[in-house]
Ligand binder design. Structure first.
Ligand SMILES: C[S@@+](CC[C@H](N)C(=O)[O-])C[C@H]1O[C@@H](n2cnc3c(N)ncnc32)[C@H](O)[C@@H]1O
Length: 409
C-alpha cells in the first residue's frame, strides 16, 4: 500500500488477483506502465523488482518514494523541530497580509450561514478571477522562491481549501524547501514530506476525492464543509508522515526504477537502449474519457510549485497532459502500439480493462491485438466494483466486469 488517497480506477481491490497472473511469468522485473498509486506493484513486492512508470508528476513521485527510497521519512519529532520555525515564519507573513480575509473566513464559519460562507469564499484572493492577483502570480512564475510562499493562498482559497488551510500548505512547502536548501534534509526526505503534504491536502479538501471541481456550499452540506475547513493541514500532515514507509527491503528497492513518461514513448525508448528488460509488463491504462490530468492537477501543482495560470471553475493548470487512451478516436490505435511495443521487448503482457471502457468490443478487440503479437492469450473475467469518485458520470461505485488479458509466447 502506498499513499492513502482516493484515486480513480485504482486496482487496490484487484491487486492480489493481478499479482497472481503476473506470477505466471518468468523471473525478472515487472514494469507497471500506468502505475497510478502503484496498487499492483505493492502486491507484487518483494517477489520481483518493480519498475513504475506514470506520466503524471504526482504518481511518479509517489512511486519514487515508496519503491526506491533508502529509508523512511523523518520521524514526527524531528520534523517538528526542524520545520516549525520556517513554517511559522511564512505563516505569520501571510496571516499579516491576509488578516482581513481570515477574519471574514472565521466569521463565516462561526455563523454557519450559506450566504456568508459563499460571500467569504467569493472575496478570497484568487488569481483566476482577479487581475491584481494574476499579475502577482505571473511575476512569481520567474521567482518561485520569493518569500512568503503563497501559491495556494492566491489560487485555491475559497474553493478547494479555506484560506487558513491554503496558507498552511504554502508554509509547509516553504519550510521543507528551506531545509532542503540549507541541506538539513536530503532530496529523498524532502520528497517524503512533499507527498505527505499531498495526502494531507486530500484529507482536508472540499471535494468528492478528486480535483475536477470543488463542492459548492448548500444548506444540506454546510455543516460538513465547515468541519472540513476547520481541519488542520499541519496536524494531518504530521499524521501522514508517521504512516508512510517504503516497501520491501533496502536491497530490493535498489533494483527498482521509476520513470515519468508517456507509456508508448517509454516502450520505444527501451527498445533503443541496451540493458536489462522487464520479464512482464502490466498495463492499466485509463478507460474513460476523464483525463487524469484534470482530476489530479492540484497535486501536480503542489509538486511543481510553479505558480501556473488558474483556469475555469476547477482552477486548472493549463498545461495538462492529454492521454490518447482517454479518447474514443485514438484508444484502439494506442492500444495496438502498446501491445506491439511490449511484444517487441520480448516481455509478457498483462492488461486490465473493464467491459464498459472506451475501447469498443473490449474482449474481442484486445484478444485480436494480443494474438497478432503473441502465441497465447488468456482472459480472466472478474466482477468488480469500480470507483469513479463522482467523475463525469456522477456515479460513486458501479459493478463492472474487469478483464485481465495475459499475452505470452
Ligand atoms: C487506471 S489508472 C492506474 C491505476 C493503478 N493501476 C492503481 O492501481 O493505482 C491509469 C494511470 O495512467 C496514467 N496515464 C494516463 N495516460 C498515460 C500515458 N499515456 N502514459 C503513462 N501513463 C498514463 C494516469 O496518470 C493514471 O495514473
Amino acid at each position: 500500500m502506498t499513499l492513502n488517497v482516493s484515486y480513480m480506477g485504482t486496482k487496490r481491490q484487484l491487486a492480489d488477483q493481478v499479482a497472481d497472473v503476473i506470477a505466471l511469468s518468468a523471473d525478472g522485473p515487472l514494469l507497471d506502465l500506468f502505475a497510478g498509486m502503484c496498487a499492483v506493484g505493492s502486491a507484487v513486492a518483494p517477489d520481483r523488482n518493480v519498475w513504475c512508470n506514470d506520466v503524471q508528476w504526482f504518481a511518479s513521485t509517489v512511486a519514487r518514494s515508496f519503491f526506491t527510497s533508502d529509508g523512511r521519512p523523518l520521524d514526527r519529532e524531528t520534523c517538528e523541530e526542524l520545520l516549525e520555525e520556517p513554517f511559522e515564519e511564512n505563516r505569520d507573513a501571510l496571516i499579516q497580509r491576509f488578516r482581513a480575509h481570515l477574519n471574514r473566513e472565521n466569521e463565516a464559519l462561526t455563523a454557519a450561514s450559506v450566504q456568508r460562507f459563499r460571500a467569504s469564499d467569493a472575496a478570497m484572493p484568487n488569481c483566476g478571477t482577479s487581475l491584481y492577483f494574476d499579475k502577482e502570480r505571473r511575476r512569481l512564475t520567474t521567482n518561485k522562491c520569493e518569500f512568503p510562499y503563497r501559491l495556494f493562498s492566491i489560487t485555491y482559497a475559497g474553493g478547494y481549501f479555506g484560506l487558513q488551510q491554503a496558507i498552511d500548505i504554502d508554509s509547509i512547502r516553504y519550510a521543507i524547501d528551506t531545509r532542503l536548501k540549507t541541506r538539513q534534509i536530503t532530496t529523498e526526505q524532502h520528497r517524503w514530506l512533499l507527498i505527505g503534504l499531498c495526502q494531507a491536502a486530500s484529507k482536508v479538501a472540499n471535494t468528492t476525492g478528486h480535483f475536477a471541481q470543488y463542492l459548492k456550499v448548500k444548506s444540506t452540506n454546510i455543516r460538513r464543509l465547515a468541519r472540513q475547513r476547520e481541519r488542520s493541514i499541519y496536524g494531518e500532515w504530521l499524521a501522514c508522515i508517521e504512516e508512510m514507509k517504503p516497501l520491501g527491503t533496502k536491497r530490493w528497492r535498489q533494483g527498482n526504477e521509476v520513470t515519468k513518461s508517456d507509456a508508448v514513448k517509454l516502450l520505444k525508448e527501451m527498445a533503443k537502449k541496451e540493458g536489462k528488460l522487464p520479464a512482464v509488463i502490466y498495463a492499466d491504462p485509463p478507460y474513460t474519457d476523464d483525463q487524469y490530468s484534470r482530476y489530479y492537477h492540484l497535486y501536480e501543482t503542489l509538486i511543481l510549485y510553479d505558480y501556473p495560470e488558474s483556469k475555469g471553475m476547477g482552477r486548472y493548470r493549463p498545461d495538462r497532459f492529454v492521454s490518447l487512451f482517454s479518447s474514443k478516436q485514438s484508444v484502439e490505435k494506442e492500444m495496438k502500439l502498446l501491445v506491439e511495443g511490449v511484444a517487441h521487448l520480448g516481455s509478457d503482457i498483462v492488461i486490465s480493462y473493464p467491459g464498459n471502457g472506451l475501447l469498443s468490443d473490449t474482449k474481442n478487440t484486445l484478444r485480436q491485438l494480443i494474438k497478432s503479437s503473441y502465441n497465447h492469450c488468456n482472459i480472466i473475467e472478474i466482477d468488480h466494483r469500480h470507483s469513479s469518485l463522482g467523475a463525469s458520470k456522477g456515479v460513486q461505485k458501479h459493478s463492472v466486469t474487469e478483464m485481465l488479458f495475459r499475452g505470452y509466447n
